[in-house]
Ligand binder design. Sequence first.
Ligand code: VG1
Ligand code: CO
Length: 545
Amino acid sequence: MSPVRVATRPFPGQKPGTSGLRKPVAVFREPGYLENFVQAIFNATGGGEGRSLVLGGDGRFFNREAVQRILRMAAANGVRRVILGRGGLLSTPAASCLIRKYATDGGIILSASHNPGGPEGDFGIKFNGDNGGPATESVTGRIYTATQEIDHYLTLDTAQTVDIDCEGPQHLGGMHIEVVDPVGDYADLLSTQFDFAAIGKLLANPRFHMCFDAMHAVTGPYAREILEQRLGAAVGTVINATPLEDFGGHHPDPNLAHAAELVARMNGDAPLAFGAASDGDGDRNMVLASGLFINPCDSLAIMAANAHRIPAFAGGLPGVARSMPTSRAVDRVAAALDIPCYETPTGWKFFGNLLDAGRIRLCGEESFGTGADHVREKDGLWAVLFWLNLIAELQRPARSILREHWLRFGRDYFTRHDYEGVDSGAADALVEDLRARLPALPGQVFGGLTVASADEFAYTDPVTGETSVGQGLRVQFSNGGRAVLRLSGTGTAGATLRVYLDSYQRDPALLDMQPQKALAPLIAAVEALVDIRGRLQREGPDVIT
Ligand code: VG1
Ligand code: CO
């Protein structure tokens, strides 16, 4: 078998700046579409010759087909070695772990994360660099340029398929393929971060019942191995544990709406002490205490305040980071600890340089993403183990850990309102109009609240000096409330407007309100300011978190 050149052309719709490509499966099945992007990755990163790569995905429909095509392309591009998860499976954090452990030149991860899968669903592909993290903005920019200049891709003149279900060494042309257990190395890494003996004791306590909902996505095998095998949780603790190509027809999105089975079990006849769920590719986490959901912004703050109780962080934290729309709960902890708190644009790639430079060891986003320096991706199961370790160490339920945190630091009420699949033109116009009005807003009153300041977020990376502009419109009100508006970069249909709202409360008597109620004045002020419902022709948000 030998390499062949196949003529191709640039495809429209491959956006610059996003860390990967997400599209409906039907688009990925267009001849040359997947190949165009994969070849662009090679072209933009110095070619495949002599390189080593990690490859795997979340198991969604088209995953196995894509793996075979990428293997043929990698061999034709001169790649020397591929480490492939058995069955073509790798969670995003596990792929990051393998890139680092085996010091490969990077990795290709097949996932559309929390987007639905199946023939009618979405597929995705992303490239991670040799630090194990999402490609930086300059690399994604080069990949985008390559997709626009491409005229051919390389593959092998063979239809031979690799047996991806059989662990061990294999060859394709001159390329060496190592099919590995997708779980083992990652589980080993996590066992070095936490006190597994203490967590095991907690899970053996007959009064502590927990449930982990893998949502028929990639984390099932990981959670079974770590929670049930290594930590001894009762068999059945992990539900929906078998990865399915269509995620059982559900959205593998860990929030109160989509993790319905978990929520029902939490509040069922035998209420559970702790519940958790992850997304399609295993990098997100949702954590539930009995009777309540722990907002990811609070989760990050609680982790920072208690990091010294976890073996991996026994020496303390050099600094922490959060994405800009994430509430400022972690800032209060950082101030108390007298460590820096960095504010980055949305997306995990911005944390990579800070982690590599040792400026931070813990970071997170409001979108159910939390992680640390053990890998360079957010990590769903890592977050679950952090919470279990903390509960074991403090000998207190998650619920009281949360309440005590609020009593000490105050509560940052937070909510995110998403308007999904709206008309792109209308969404762009809404953002443009608000951008133009920002300078004049201070002092103006909307729905009874006065604007204190307003700007558009830009970030200069303190490590590389690179600047990213246009990262979200911010309006700060004089009552302490803050609203952030930005357009999603991960949707596949129309535009999605995200409105992030947060407000700080110190009064101990007002810590237990429903967030929508506590934030009602701010929500009304933003509506008066922007007229989202009128402009987008919507009754209200499609998703409220
Ligand atoms: C969303 C989230 C962002 C997250 C990104 C990838 O992006 O808001 O915080 O990093 O998804 O997460 P956007 O541009 O749609 O707001 V994952 O788990 O989908 O890889
Ligand atoms: Co994800």
